[in-house]
Design a protein around this ligand. Structure first.
Ligand code: C5P
Length: 221
């Protein structure tokens, strides 16, 4: 029997940069350690939730968290939509590639003999957060926004456009914030509430703060 503010709740968290193959040995990805998503999964488990981490990162799963490995954005979409209906909280912390290679090669690509350049055609990936936003009924849906300028304006637009309930906004142009760091500083945007800036702190401490705000929204429901 789990205790904690999220006991009995199902939480699904995505983490890491998606991996989009070019050929069997090459890929395109996003700069993301997956640390923030893992910290959120741990924080949810600490609050007694039944947690699944859908991840393209190689980091080991936190204790008590179920792990679903994925590679591409389309794998991630399938894993998230499969679980979404039966989930109380879905958190899209993954850095999803906006584009994938149109036709990945079956065999390792060879250099051009004539030393010409190489062009790779990309096609747009589905927006997973927006897709879940459209499918949403009772779920509490959380997205991230990493921006280098006009952070709050872009993040507020994303909250509405993707039909999320919370957007975690971080200014990745600042030192010690975001990508690969162990610390992060974010502003939380929620519907019908003023933006809340959380202090610069470890990703785990921050994840606990964020999870406590989420628990306030979903506990007792
Ligand atoms: O539009 P942008 O990529 O800045 O939005 C960031 C948020 O949307 C993150 O929560 C990210 O996980 C999610 N996202 C997604 N599918 C995409 C692109 C982003 O779910 N194709």
């Amino acid at each position: 029997q789990q205790t904690g503010r999220l006991a009995g709740k199902k939480v699904v968290v995505s983490a890491g940069g998606t991996v989009e193959p070019i050929d069997p040995v090459r890929f395109i990805t996003n700069r993301s350690s997956g640390k923030m998503g893992y910290a959120l999964a741990q924080a949810a488990a600490e609050q007694g939730a039944d947690v699944t981490l859908v991840s393209s990162s190689e980091l080991p799963a936190p204790v008590g968290v179920a792990m679903v490995p994925v590679q591409s954005a389309r794998d991630l979409l399938a894993a998230m939509t499969e679980r979404f209906e039966d989930t109380d909280v879905a958190i899209m912390a993954a850095a999803v590639s906006d584009y994938r290679v149109a036709t990945p090669a079956d065999q390792k690509m060879k250099k051009n003999a004539d030393h010409a350049g190489l062009t790779i055609d990309l096609v747009e990936n589905p927006d997973i957060l927006a897709t879940l936003g459209q499918q949403k009924t009772t779920q509490y849906l959380v997205g991230f926004a990493a921006e280098t300028q006009d952070l709050l304006t872009y993040a507020q637009n994303k909250l509405e456009k993707k039909n999320a309930d919370m957007l975690v906004a971080n200014d990745v142009s600042k030192a010690q914030v975001g990508f690969g760091h162990d610390t992060n500083e974010v502003t939380l945007l929620q519907r019908d509430a003023a933006p809340e800036k959380l202090p610069l702190q470890s990703k785990l401490a921050l994840a606990r703060d964020i999870m406590s705000r989420i628990a306030t929204q979903v506990e007792g429901k």
